[in-house]
Design a protein around this ligand. Sequence first.
Ligand SMILES: [Zn+2]
Length: 172
Amino acid sequence: MRIILLAALILSCGPRSGHFQTKCGMIYKGYFNSEEVGEFWNEQRLQQTEDEWLLAMTKTTDPRLNSMDKACAALKDLYVWVQPHQACWDYHGEKICGQTSCENNQVLIGDLYFYASALPHEMVHIAQNCHTPAPVDTLRDAYHGNWDRDGIYKAIDTIGTALAADYENSFK
Ligand SMILES: [Zn+2]
């Protein structure tokens, strides 16, 4: 009886059940500045996103991304926050659905179905440490400077498609 009681006490002091971590160490934190967990994510979906992302990144020609080991290591201790009840929001006059802070190793994503989220996009910023090699591709900015020529945008597109298929298959 004493042992059971102790176990219950330890469990109640542990992390909130809504928090979970992937194999590479990405940590889901739930709604930003809130105790709410959000409805579109769970441990399996976060892991699927990581798995599909790692696989897609091997198809790019950016050396920081196309090695599974390097790309995985870049995700360690990355905090994933969700914008409470908002798919997209205004940021200095621009509508965005995801935001990255490389300094704080965290991303904020819109409250969207997991396969439609900006998370894979923001994970690239983290893995590149918010810095792309020169030159900047035509019509892109410095934060996405090599995303066309190194096949990163293309790779991100395949992740959404793969995740949507995983989701469909989960009902079969
Ligand atoms: Zn971006």
